[in-house]
Design a protein around this ligand. Structure first.
Ligand code: BG6
Length: 494
């Protein structure tokens, strides 16, 4: 991962990013604003260029105006600096339109700076056209680096990578025809979030947790990613994708791997990938019966009237899975993972709920035992909380739960780059630690669920916008004698 010292290294490099799909939602919402912030913070290489590429016939000025709309700032100096680094070309990477011009543009930039810039191709395009795009890049030898040094081009691909196991394998085959693993950056932006990275530190730099991080002490784990927002302008994409592919297969399963993995041998790409795959391969496959009873798929009321959504769409905007990891550490511990759009608020957290054990000493002081919890919170604020039981001050003995909190905002008085900023710096630095390897194991687990869901089981549960999701989700957890802990245990309140 790019560390503070690495910023100086990044700044000493030269780089050119070609962003295919530069007028799309992802580019405008995440990529350009992140590059702007990095420019403002003076964290990018001195020789740095972004070439936006998309099908629209736009003059550079028109494109710049479009980018400007997506960036909220009144810092004109920073904007001018950023703008001077951005250019535009009409090109369609899937249909091979103007790709030769893209190549020439890069060559010219190389001559202009008299240096070898790191070439990065960012595929911010629909994954349905990835295959053609990879072929076209390869045909134009855009997988090669600059001429002066042996520096290979990098390619960044987004999630979901493929639609299922079969298409993911196919995409990898085509990608690997032209790009080696060292050149491929499979991004899952959740892995760039500070608290998510901190899971490694929490688990493996603190000796106190490892002995209790297992089925002897942990009753169950809840991973929640509730969103306040809906599908916004992404109806066409979302209606073909759904929450299971958009969120569960990648973000939620990635969070699960970090919580559940064994300690990696080293803090590097190979060791971390190996540990993640072990977890994914240990997921107990779900058969049809289990899928019917241990999953919930929901859709918010009003989804069918969203733009570019089929009027009879059965696409889920809410997904919940109760799953098990079949290994020594986690045998018998249910993991409830859920995500949904248009819920009450934005809450992303991992909560480990400990077994309820009341010591005889306190038998008479509480009506029911209160379990301990560890909350790893990503949204609405970042931090870690431990729920303890304390004696209430005063005469006599009354016990109450209290929260011990570590909040990023108060503990570290330093700016916290957002996930995309962080990962963009890693791409420039050539650090793949936080990027994914070939995505097979997660599709292998998800595909059977997708198939049963596509056959209409369990019933699609409609839920109210602004609620916490379908009633079926409450029923599922209550059936197990448990309750949802998020947002109940929200920590680091502002
Ligand atoms: C994206 C999904 O990967 O993550 C979106 O495609 C989702 O549907 C978004 O809204 C959530 O990211 P974050 O960082 O805002 O929690």
């Amino acid at each position: 991962m790019a560390q503070a010292g690495d910023i100086e290294k990044v700044k000493s490099l030269s780089a050119i990013f070609v962003i295919f799909g530069a007028t799309g939602d992802l580019s405008r919402k995440k990529i350009f604003p992140s590059f702007f912030e990095l420019t403002k913070a003076n964290m990018l290489p001195k020789n740095f260029r972004i070439l936006g590429a998309a099908r629209s016939k736009l003059a550079r000025k028109e494109f710049i105006d479009l980018v400007r709309e997506s960036i909220t700032t009144d810092d004109t100096t920073a904007w001018k600096k950023f703008e001077s680094k951005v250019d535009y070309i009409t090109a369609d990477v899937a249909e091979d339109v103007n790709l030769d011009k893209v190549g020439k543009y890069i060559d010219n930039y190389e001559n202009e700076i008299e240096n070898c810039p790191q070439r990065v191709f960012y595929m911010a395009i629909a994954n349905t056209i990835y295959e053609k795009a990879f072929e076209n890049l390869g045909m134009h030898e855009l997988n090669k680096g600059c001429k002066i040094h042996d520096c290979k081009a990098r390619i960044v691909v987004e999630k979901p990578f493929g639609q299922n196991l079969e298409t993911a394998i196919r995409l990898d085959e085509v990608l690997n025809k032209y790009f080696t693993e060292e050149q491929i950056y499979r991004i899952d932006h959740f892995l760039g979030k500070e608290t998510v990275q901190n899971i490694f530190a929490l688990r493996f730099a603190n000796e106190i947790f490892e002995p209790i991080w297992n089925n002897h002490y942990i009753d169950h784990v809840q991973i929640t990613a509730a969103e306040f927002g809906g599908i916004e302008r992404r109806g066409a994409f979302y209606d073909q994708t759904g929450a299971l592919r958009d969120f569960v297969q990648n973000h939620l399963l990635q969070l699960l791997t970090l919580v559940a993995m064994e300690v990696p041998e080293k803090f590097n790409r190979e060791s971390i990938r190996k540990r993640k795959i072990e977890v994914l391969e240990s997921l107990r496959p779900m058969d049809e019966e289990e899928i019917k009873t241990s999953t919930v798929r929901g859709q918010y009321e009003g989804y069918l009237t969203e733009d570019n959504v089929a009027t009879s769409s059965k696409t889920e905007t809410y997904a919940l899975l109760k799953l098990f990891i079949e290994n020594k550490r986690w045998q018998g511990v249910p993991f409830y993972i859920r995500t949904g759009k248009r819920l009450t608020g934005k809450v992303t957290s991992i909560i480990l709920s400990f077994k309820e054990k009341t010591h005889k000493l306190f038998e008479n002081f509480w009506e029911q035992p209160m379990p301990n919890h560890i909350t790893i919170q990503i949204d609405p604020t970042e931090g870690i909380g431990i729920r303890l039981i304390a004696k209430k001050p005063g005469v006599g003995t009354q016990l109450e739960p209290v929260d011990m909190e570590f909040c990023y905002k108060t503990s570290f008085d330093i700016p916290n780059p957002n996930a995309y900023e962080r990962l963009l710096l890693d791409i420039i630095a050539g650090d793949q630690t936080l990027f994914l390897g070939p995505i097979r194991a997660s599709w292998k687990f998800i595909d059977p669920i997708r198939n049963v869901w596509d056959n209409g089981k369990p019933e699609l549960a409609v839920y109210k916008q602004g609620s916490w999701g379908p009633e079926e989700a409450n029923k599922l957890i209550k059936r197990d004698g448990r309750e949802w802990l998020a947002p109940l245990l929200t920590i680091c309140k502002i």
